[in-house]
Design a protein around this ligand. Structure first.
Ligand code: 5GP
Length: 188
């Protein structure tokens, strides 16, 4: 069955990107939905791979043109959004789409696509562990880490709006749980 949507949302640092990258290698006919963002590339990120990197002005232009299925200003002047063209690009290949997006965006897409979508919330075991993981990752400044932690408090309250919550305590177990849930959903 193709053309289904798998949505992964979580407070950042909960390990969802690692899970998504793993699932893409699992022969589930999934393709990654590349979001547009106005933040700068981090580390080895490349335009058209992790994100389409565009300026805040270009982003606002696309909002005005109604090119987004959903978008959020996740931090001031840091826009993130899913382009309608991305859904067409992937479904026209006969593939299922996997999303790595923020909690509000995840809820939006689920409401839009209903039973065609499976929404999965990845929770960190505790917020203290989340803090440690963000520090270890070393890709954000202390100020940005503080911002992410205070946001994570709010993001945790969205968990109940998702079809499934996976606590990422042991990565191996979380991977297996996610893989099984997606297999069940795609075979329905
Ligand atoms: P990061 O800067 O760490 O790549 O992402 C910051 C947050 O933006 C993460 O929670 C990420 O999942 C979210 N995000 C990425 N793409 C999208 C999108 O297309 N829409 C929404 N609503 N959030 C997104």
């Amino acid at each position: 069955m193709s053309g289904k949507l798998i949505i992964f949302s979580a407070p950042s640092g909960a390990g969802k990107s690692t899970l998504v990258q793993h699932l893409l290698k699992c022969n589930l006919d999934l393709e990654f939905s590349i979001s547009a963002t106005s933040r700068a590339p981090r580390g080895v990120e490349k335009n058209g791979v992790e994100y389409y990197f565009i300026s805040p002005e270009e982003f606002r232009q696309k909002i005005d043109n109604e090119e987004f299925l959903e978008y959020e200003e996740v931090y001031t002047d840091f826009y993130y959004g899913t382009l309608r063209s991305e859904i067409d690009r992937i479904t026209s290949k006969g593939k299922n789409i996997i999303f790595d997006i923020d909690v509000a965006g995840g809820v939006n897409i689920k409401e839009n696509f209903k039973e065609k979508a499976l929404s999965i919330f990845i929770a960190p075991p505790t917020l203290e562990i989340l803090h440690e993981r963000l520090k270890k990752r070393g890709t954000d400044s202390d100020v940005m880490i503080q911002k992410r932690i205070s946001k994570a408090n709010l993001e945790m309250t969205y968990a109940q709006k998702f079809d499934l919550v996976i606590v990422n305590d042991d990565l191996k177990i979380a991977k297996a749980e996610a893989e099984q849930a997606i297999k069940n959903f795609l075979n329905k």
